[in-house]
Design a binder for this molecule. Structure first.
Ligand SMILES: [Zn+2]
Length: 212
């Protein structure tokens, strides 16, 4: 009789044990599902954060673009001493001159004979003949474009352009607003440190009169 009781107890114990194992498995599965969900949630959250970053980035780009456009438009609205219609400029200038001066184009490097010009004189604006640069400030930068370390200050306007994606200092004739070139900070250190990189086609060279 005692043996039967022991067997019954053992059987019930086994059942309890297997139930216990089952419970453990259920709990383990439950935690597994929960942690999986947490990982998913984290991923979702990460994606959400990424989306948030992209959204912020787009907004910043939009603001930069807006501020650039507003900057450009404020300068575009500037009224110069000499104002002409596009038709008038086209009539006065060659197609290359028009492209560089009025459409801010760039001539081919080493294409201008003024690049190697070492004569003494004044460089004026091809469009309106305002004196812009002096030969004593010209130097050989090796860039392929006539280069000066400074302009005749009040006659050249500094503007900012974003044509190639980042800010550059654009140089314009202050009398007619024509595009001349750009200013860079890799000029001669012994003088101004500036390099006014100018399209030769935007300039007219007038030699100093030789006095005997
Ligand atoms: Zn001009």
């Amino acid at each position: 009789m005692q043996i039967v009781t022991i067997i019954i107890k053992f059987a019930s114990y086994k059942t309890t044990y297997s139930n216990f194992i089952k419970k453990i498995k259920v709990i383990r599965n439950f935690y597994f599902v929960i942690s999986l969900n947490i990982i998913r949630q984290k991923k979702k959250h990460a994606i959400y954060l990424n989306m948030k970053n992209i959204f912020t980035f787009v907004i910043i780009l939009f603001l930069i673009n807006y501020s650039c456009n507003s900057q450009n438009s404020s300068i575009k609205n500037k009224i110069y001493k000499i104002e002409k219609t596009d038709a008038e400029w086209k009539k006065q200038l060659t197609p290359l001159e028009y492209n560089v001066l009025r459409e801010a184009g760039t001539e081919r490097a080493f294409s201008s004979e003024l690049n190697q010009n070492k004569r003494k004189g004044i460089y004026t604006c091809k469009a309106c003949e305002t004196p812009l640069y002096k030969s004593e400030h010209k130097y050989n930068s090796g860039s392929g474009w006539p280069s000066f370390d400074r302009a005749i200050k009040e006659n050249v306007e500094l503007d900012i352009d974003y044509k190639i994606g980042y800010a550059r200092t654009e140089l314009k004739c202050n009398t007619c607003g024509s595009h001349l070139g750009h200013s860079f900070d890799d000029g001669p250190q012994e003088t101004t440190g500036k390099r006014h990189c100018i399209n030769g086609v935007a300039l007219k060279f007038i030699p100093y009169k030789v006095t005997k």
